[in-house]
Design a protein around this ligand. Structure first.
Ligand code: GRF
Length: 206
């Protein structure tokens, strides 16, 4: 049975290499049944906007500075996403916390990628945190977003060893490589209708 493609929106603040990985996977047919309807950035100078142009994906700048508070910004975001009939919101380096206004509007339909193995090292500078802690392994986590910071149900994780020769920069680079692979796989599973959330657990069906 033919189903119409799921509509994805990707939210960014900067570089957008995860956005690029998802675009490439859709174009190569590795993610099917999905279309990126828009890129939304809270920063006018995000490099991800250049990436979107190259692939004819419409980009929208929604600058948080134009709003009195987080809730007002998120209400505008929800309206924009609803206008575009978005099925899945993908946070890819979107450097803003989401308020309940956004979370309640898209239950289990907002994904984030975090550059550590949650619940270890949540929050900012996760690669630096793991490096400074002396952990032997870190990695990345794709999770659904709930009302906490980096606390939502975990979809996929990938492990990256921390080598004796590593600097934070080399470690960050290797984690980034894993992020691209892991995020693409999580989006692929979602678009194939294979993810189901039960409490804290994300079940992946065959
Ligand atoms: C990644 O490290 C991701 O884990 C974090 O923000 C960064 C975004 O990188 N949430 P990019 O913009 O996709 O290159």
């Amino acid at each position: 049975m033919e189903t119409s493609p799921l509509k994805l929106a990707v939210l960014v603040s900067g570089n957008g290499s995860n956005f690029q990985a998802i675009v490439d996977a859709i174009e190569a047919g590795r993610i099917i049944n999905a279309s990126i309807v828009c890129l939304i950035s809270n920063k006018v100078d995000a490099f991800a906007i250049e990436r979107a142009k190259k692939h004819n994906i419409s980009s929208i700048v929604l600058d948080h500075k134009g709003y009195p508070n987080r809730q007002a910004y998120d209400a505008a975001l929800v309206e924009l996403l609803r206008q575009h009939e978005i099925d899945l919101v993908i946070l890819a380096g979107f450097m803003r916390l989401l308020s309940p206004t956004m979370i309640d509007a898209f239950p289990n339909a907002i994904m984030n990628i975090h550059p550590a193995l949650l619940p270890a090292f949540p929050g900012l500078d996760a690669q630096q945190q793991a490096f400074d802690y002396g952990a032997r392994y870190t990695g990345c986590t794709v999770h659904f977003v709930d009302k906490g910071t980096d606390t939502g149900p975990i979809i996929l994780q990938s492990v990256v060893p921390i080598l004796g020769s590593d600097t934070v920069e080399s470690l960050t680079q290797r984690i980034h490589g894993e992020e691209h692979r892991t995020y693409v796989e999580a989006v692929r599973l979602f678009c194939a209708g294979r993810l189901k959330v039960e409490g804290r657990k994300v079940l992946i069906s065959e």
